[in-house]
Design a protein around this ligand. Structure first.
Ligand code: BEZ
Length: 263
């Protein structure tokens, strides 16, 4: 669930901050676990496992689960839970999978949107799976966190900076994702775009502290807190209710695909 480091910048993930601000991300992951329907004895790869809460759910279902994530801090937290977890950037999965395959299934929750070269990632997933293996995932889809993204852009531009959303996050349409999966050799069984406004108990400031560092990093350190405050203020009329509760405009893309037998 954490970002691969495609930028050469230091790991911005912090397992304690994740727990305090955005634990709802894994708490809301059960529908994709149910879509996977893990079976006892299956070998499953959890791609972007973060600190491992859903890796553990899969293991408790009797599967033999391996988690990978680009963040050393998150992998350390997953290992502390007794999970088999490894630091691997999803873009480099093919090289890792060459040694570790085959898996019966690849599972991913709230991680693929951090991987901005999906063709490389899907080639790695295909390499990891046995023919007929399942790839079941949920990620941000087209329109995800749009209000927050626009507010962040306004806050950056006010300070003479900007960011390219597509270089930070990948929020594909169902059509785009289906085409990529087919190109990588998958037979797509389901593909659903699901608007899901999501309460964020730690508020938008906590959400931004956890997820916006790669964007705010383009500003001098002394300007980041003010930019974050601007984004919060701009979003308040649309994302905060009259009692002060925040929800973020999440849109999920949930899919299930099966790897075809090689020609
Ligand atoms: C998501 O889970 O959709 C998400 C998380 C952090 C930043 C952007 C999107």
């Amino acid at each position: 669930m954490s970002a691969p480091d495609t930028t050469g910048k230091p790991d911005h993930w912090n397992a304690d901050r994740y727990e305090a601000n955005v634990r709802f991300v894994s708490d809301l992951g059960m529908p994709v676990v149910e879509l996977l329907a893990p079976k006892p004895g299956e070998r499953i790869l959890d791609l972007g496992c973060g600190d491992g809460p859903l890796t553990r759910v899969l293991a408790e279902a009797g599967a033999e689960v391996v988690g990978v994530d680009a963040s050393p801090d998150m992998i350390a937290a997953a290992k502390a839970m007794g999970l088999d977890a490894h630091v691997v950037d999803g873009h480099d999965l093919a090289a890792w999978a060459a040694e570790q395959a085959p898996f019966d299934a690849v599972f991913s929750n709230a991680a693929l949107h951090w991987m901005t070269r999906p063709a490389d990632v899907f080639a790695g997933v295909a390499k990891a799976l046995k023919p007929g293996g399942r790839f079941v995932a949920e990620q941000g889809g087209h329109g995800n966190v749009a209000a927050v993204a626009v507010a962040l852009q306004a806050a950056m531009e006010k300070r003479g900076a900007s960011y390219d959303l597509r270089s930070i996050w990948s929020f594909p349409t169902p059509e785009e994702q289906r085409a990529r999966l087919v190109d990588a050799g998958f037979d797509v069984r389901s593909m659903e775009l699901i608007p899901r406004p999501t309460p964020v108990p730690a508020g938008l400031a906590g959400w931004l502290d956890t997820f916006a560092p790669p964007i705010l990093a383009a500003l001098p350190e002394g300007e980041r807190a003010a930019a974050r405050a601007d984004a919060v203020r701009l979003c308040a009329p649309s994302l905060q209710d009259l009692a002060g509760n925040w929800s973020v405009d999440y849109v999920r893309l949930r899919f299930s695909a099966v790897l075809g037998a090689p020609a």
